[in-house]
Design a protein around this ligand. Structure first.
Ligand code: G
Ligand code: G
Ligand code: MN
Ligand code: NA
Length: 253
C-alpha cells in the first residue's frame, strides 16, 4: 500500500497514469467506450492499481488535484477515439466524494471539456452512492448543473449501498453501473439473478442505461444479454489498458 508521501512523489515525478477499461456491446462485441482508471507507476517500473492507493489519495485530499488531472488527460485522450458505426465512444470518469464536494467541480469539468474539445455528451461522470449520501438535495443540485453542461451521470457500484432505489427517483442519473458482486453469481445464483432481473426491468421501463461490471465469463455475458442488458465491461473482454493498446484492439473498424 502506498503512503501519502509516495503518492506526492509519484505526482511530482509524473508517475500517475490513466488506463482505460473498454465497455463492450454484448450483442455483437462492438466497442462502446471506456472507463478511465488511475494507475501508479513505481520507480522500479511496477504498476499499481487504484485500489492500492485510492484510500490514501482520498484521506489526504490529494484525490482533488489528481482527479482534476485525470479528467483533463482522459478527456484529451478520448477526444481522438474514432467513432464506430456513427457512434462516438463514451468516456466514463470516476469522481470521489471529495471531488464532488469541491465548489470548483462544475467549472473544473467545464474547463476540461473546453480545453480538450471533447464533445460534452461523450463524457459520463461516475459517482457512488456514498458520494451522494451526505446531502441528497445538494447532490441533486450539483448533478443538475453538471447535466446542464451536457455531460452524463452514472451511479457507480450500484446495489452495494442500501438506498439505491430511492436515489434513482430523486437524482438526475443517466446510467447505472451494476456492481460486479451481482454479476458474479450469474447465471446460477437465484438472488443475483433476481436482482439483475429487477435492474433490467427498471432500465426497460425508465430508459435508464445499465452497464454490467465485472463480466468474467461467457455464461455471465449470455445471462445479462438474455435479461436485456447489453453494455458490459470485465475481464472477459479486457482489463484496463493503456490508450495505445485500447486503440490497437478496438480503434480500427
Ligand atoms: O482500477 P481498480 O480496480 O484498482 O480501482 C479501484 C477503485 O478505485 C475503484 O473503485 C475505482 O472506482 C477507483 N478509481 C480508479 N480510478 C479512479 C479515479 O481516477 N478517480 C477516482 N476518484 N477513483 C478511481
Ligand atoms: O468501483 P469501480 O467500478 O470504478 O472499479 C472498477 C474496478 O474493477 C477496477 O479496479 C478494475 O480493475 C476492476 N475490474 C474490472 N473488471 C473486472 C472483472 O471482470 N473482475 C474483477 N474482479 N474486477 C474487475
Ligand atoms: Mn467506476
Ligand atoms: Na463500479
Amino acid at each position: 500500500l502506498e503512503t501519502e508521501r509516495a503518492l506526492r512523489e509519484a505526482m511530482a515525478e509524473d508517475r500517475l497514469e490513466v488506463w482505460y477499461q473498454p465497455e463492450i456491446d454484448l450483442r455483437d462485441g462492438s466497442w462502446l467506450g471506456a472507463e478511465a482508471l488511475l494507475r501508479l507507476r513505481e520507480r522500479d517500473g511496477t504498476l499499481r492499481a487504484a485500489q492500492d492507493f485510492i484510500d490514501v489519495a482520498e484521506s489526504s485530499g490529494l484525490i482533488v488535484p489528481i482527479g482534476r488531472a485525470v479528467l483533463e488527460r482522459a478527456c484529451g485522450t478520448a477526444r481522438d477515439w474514432p467513432a464506430r458505426a456513427g457512434r462516438a465512444p463514451v468516456l466514463r470518469v470516476n469522481l470521489s466524494a471529495r471531488q464532488f464536494e469541491q465548489p470548483s467541480l462544475v467549472s473544473d469539468v467545464e474547463a476540461a471539456l473546453r480545453e480538450t474539445g471533447l464533445p460534452r455528451a461523450r463524457l459520463c461522470l461516475e459517482l457512488t452512492e456514498t458520494a451522494l449520501l451526505a446531502d441528497a438535495e445538494g447532490a441533486a443540485r450539483i448533478l443538475g448543473r453538471l447535466r446542464a453542461l451536457g455531460v452524463r451521470i452514472a451511479l457507480d457500484d450500484f446495489g452495494t449501498g442500501w438506498s439505491s432505489l430511492g436515489y434513482l427517483r430523486r437524482l438526475p442519473i443517466d446510467t447505472i453501473k451494476l456492481d460486479r458482486s451481482f454479476v458474479a453469481g450469474l447465471p446460477d445464483d437465484r438472488y443475483d439473478s433476481a436482482i439483475v432481473e429487477g435492474v433490467a426491468g427498471i432500465s426497460r421501463r425508465t430508459g435508464l442505461e445499465v452497464v454490467a461490471e465485472g463480466v468474467e465469463t461467457q455464461a455471465q455475458g449470455e445471462a445479462l444479454r438474455a435479461l436485456g442488458i447489453f453494455r458490459a465491461q470485465g475481464f472477459l473482454f479486457a482489463p484496463a489498458l493503456p490508450n495505445e493498446e485500447l486503440l490497437a484492439r478496438y480503434g480500427a473498424g
